[in-house]
Design a protein around this ligand. Sequence first.
Ligand SMILES: Cc1cc2nc3c(=O)[nH]c(=O)nc-3n(C[C@H](O)[C@H](O)[C@H](O)COP(=O)(O)OP(=O)(O)OC[C@H]3O[C@@H](n4cnc5c(N)ncnc54)[C@H](O)[C@@H]3O)c2cc1C
Ligand SMILES: *[C@@H]1O[C@H](CO)[C@@H](O)[C@H](O)[C@H]1NC(C)=O
Ligand SMILES: *[C@@H]1O[C@H](CO)[C@@H](O)[C@H](O)[C@H]1NC(C)=O
Ligand SMILES: *[C@@H]1O[C@H](CO)[C@@H](O)[C@H](O)[C@H]1NC(C)=O
Ligand SMILES: *[C@@H]1O[C@H](CO)[C@@H](O)[C@H](O)[C@H]1NC(C)=O
Ligand SMILES: *[C@@H]1O[C@H](CO)[C@@H](O)[C@H](O)[C@H]1NC(C)=O
Ligand SMILES: *[C@@H]1O[C@H](CO)[C@@H](O)[C@H](O)[C@H]1NC(C)=O
Ligand SMILES: *[C@@H]1O[C@H](CO)[C@@H](O)[C@H](O)[C@H]1NC(C)=O
Ligand SMILES: *[C@@H]1O[C@H](CO)[C@@H](O)[C@H](O)[C@H]1NC(C)=O
Ligand SMILES: *[C@@H]1O[C@H](CO)[C@@H](O)[C@H](O)[C@H]1NC(C)=O
Ligand SMILES: *[C@@H]1O[C@H](CO)[C@@H](O)[C@H](O)[C@H]1NC(C)=O
Length: 575
Amino acid sequence: MILCSFLLLSSLALVGWAQSTNNTTTKKFCRNVPGDAGFPTTIQWTSLNASVSGRLVHVVPSVQFCKTLPGDTCTPQQLHSSVFRDEIPGAMNQVNWEQDYDSFPPSLCEPESRVCGQGNVPLFGVLAESASDIQAGVRFAQAHNLRLAIKASGHDYLGRSTAKNSLLISTHKLQNISFTDNFVVGGQSLGPAVTLGSGVSLQQMYAVTRAEGKFAVGGTAATVVAAGGYVQGGGHSSMSPLLGLVADNCFELDVVLADGTLVTANEVQNSDLFWAMRGGGAGSWGVIVSATFRTFPTFNASISTIILSTNKTESMAQVATVHAKHIFDRDALHAGQYFYLSRTNILQANATGSMVMNILTFFPNASVSQAAAALTPFLDDIRPIAGIDMQQSLVQANINDALFSADDSVGDNLVLGSRLVPASAYRNSPETVGQVYKQLLDGGATNILGNLVAGGKVSENANVSNAINPAWRTAKTHMILANLWSDSATIPEVHSNQTLFQRIQLPLLEVLSGKDSGAYSNEADILEKNFQTTFFGPNYAKLSAIKAKYDPNDLFIVGAGVGSERWDIEGICRV
Ligand SMILES: Cc1cc2nc3c(=O)[nH]c(=O)nc-3n(C[C@H](O)[C@H](O)[C@H](O)COP(=O)(O)OP(=O)(O)OC[C@H]3O[C@@H](n4cnc5c(N)ncnc54)[C@H](O)[C@@H]3O)c2cc1C
Ligand SMILES: *[C@@H]1O[C@H](CO)[C@@H](O)[C@H](O)[C@H]1NC(C)=O
Ligand SMILES: *[C@@H]1O[C@H](CO)[C@@H](O)[C@H](O)[C@H]1NC(C)=O
Ligand SMILES: *[C@@H]1O[C@H](CO)[C@@H](O)[C@H](O)[C@H]1NC(C)=O
Ligand SMILES: *[C@@H]1O[C@H](CO)[C@@H](O)[C@H](O)[C@H]1NC(C)=O
Ligand SMILES: *[C@@H]1O[C@H](CO)[C@@H](O)[C@H](O)[C@H]1NC(C)=O
Ligand SMILES: *[C@@H]1O[C@H](CO)[C@@H](O)[C@H](O)[C@H]1NC(C)=O
Ligand SMILES: *[C@@H]1O[C@H](CO)[C@@H](O)[C@H](O)[C@H]1NC(C)=O
Ligand SMILES: *[C@@H]1O[C@H](CO)[C@@H](O)[C@H](O)[C@H]1NC(C)=O
Ligand SMILES: *[C@@H]1O[C@H](CO)[C@@H](O)[C@H](O)[C@H]1NC(C)=O
Ligand SMILES: *[C@@H]1O[C@H](CO)[C@@H](O)[C@H](O)[C@H]1NC(C)=O
């Protein structure tokens, strides 16, 4: 508050004296960090701790946390387990987000680090167990002008759930789950639904929906939180071609706003906020306490795994062309598919070639023979390609079991870049797809991750009133490039990996997607130059206005999120 009025006074003063003063008087507005007069004292932190029933912790990087465990260390298996990392307040799944490569000297905490730096890890964290814990944390951050970070699982590929010098609010412990046969909003019956706390992981969700004989749309990941960043970004699933995006299936959100009030957002209450929080980007609106999603009666799915290995880039490019030609084959069955190409370590992945395309197809409500028949034309065109080794399996399972993951393999230094590829690109020129794959592989791409999670119901839902980027409604696939580096990478190598997507891969991917195509904000590149249009399309102006209404002081700022153009890259100072 004190800083706010200082800024106001100094800018008023500037109006009159712009000619006679120089810029040293226009001190930038910044969040308080340690050393600043306004940074909370120990006594004030202790008082926050008391108001959250002792649930305030000092937050440390994951590798530092491991040093406090029995044996003083974590095993490599633990470090690569999302289930294990979920219990570490400071842990991000992609460990690069914990590091600050750009401070002088860099502030790193990696398994081989002799001394651990705090990096981009928050300083304090409220491990919330109730809405009132969240409210206390939000009010404290607001009162003391602190940088705030919110985290449910730490899965975020853009690093948006951690922030240097921040206070963290973790919602991981909010594990409530309740079902209803008829969820009512404004007197209107919306049918069966499940309400999930903002700490409930997808693996937990599938376990309980299975037990109830139900299903709620979700992704294939162990610890991603539906009521966290997932729904705010949009949330795709292999069931999306049948049932739509997660944001299309959300009935209500309970949210702590920037002023500390707890509100309900649905079609009749705070409906503008409800619109924004379903697709308008994670971390920009308030802290979700719980979210309510539509449920369906459970069903079975047939799941096909096809593994295509080769040593020849040319052959893999032909695979991509054939795949593109047949991409509409399974539309009538509303099948979803992941087609993940990676360069492999032959010994590790059991693959017989240096490149492998792993194609996982989910056929909802279809028999194994229906699924096999729907894949036959594709496989018939793959067989003549030279130098391809093929492995295949096809099973039937309850949909909850099919989507359940026991763990996610994480713990790498990894960044993504992505584009939504319109259906028209596949209809017009499947050969272009093969050419783009060839160029990406020649350009050093190690992971080209195709997600056939659009079309069908995602397109039909174009008239659902939410902030989903319209690019989703005309898309067929969500294409991701993943770039990884090792802990031993030098800082220039890190930078080179971080910028690889923008420099080399995006221009190639745009040959497919078109220059104006959108991208999915949850699995994307934080360095997107025009993130406002790329992530939010024509919705950005409306999203900005809703943000101004609910978060006028920009308490909730994340990289490449709504309003972030007003802040520096760390979200500490206004620009
Ligand atoms: C292994 C893996 C598999 C994935 N699979 C899929 C998939 O199938 N489909 C898909 O769509 N996406 C998938 N994702 C991406 C996923 O949607 C994003 O990583 C998403 O941001 C995760 O949300 P989270 O809350 O669990 O993560 P976090 O890292 O905890 O948070 C992500 C963002 O949400 C904000 N946030 C978290 N909790 C709250 C809260 N309670 N209130 C307000 N804001 C909050 C954070 O500030 C941050 O901005 C996957 C990611 C991984 C790592
Ligand atoms: C303007 O800046 C110069 C140096 O950059 C400094 O010496 C001078 O005191 C400043 N003037 C005012 C009015 O702040
Ligand atoms: C003063 O600030 C303005 C806008 O921030 C900038 O364009 C200008 O170059 C600055 N002038 C000096 C002398 O630094
Ligand atoms: C908060 O209080 C609890 C319980 O009294 C204590 O264990 C914890 O260390 C305190 N947190 C901080 C950051 O001091
Ligand atoms: C979780 O459920 C319990 C029991 O119904 C309730 O008392 C509590 O307030 C709920 N917590 C949250 C965060 O909603
Ligand atoms: C490799 O093959 C073995 C034996 O068939 C199997 O247990 C293992 O899961 C496979 N590994 C991968 C990564 O597929
Ligand atoms: C790829 O090359 C390796 C090593 O030369 C060989 O063993 C393997 O059979 C080849 N794989 C394919 C699919 O041709
Ligand atoms: C699955 O099939 C059954 C029987 O035809 C049908 O009642 C049900 O609605 C289908 N489920 C979904 C999710 O489409
Ligand atoms: C669903 O799949 C299971 C195998 O996981 C099978 O036992 C069961 O019979 C199937 N149910 C239907 C209705 O097909
Ligand atoms: C959207 O349009 C479809 C028909 O195309 C209709 O069935 C559905 O009710 C509409 N939904 C909304 C929210 O208007
Ligand atoms: C990424 O980092 C690795 C080191 O882990 C390095 O070998 C590689 O050259 C880097 N990639 C790029 C594109 O710079």
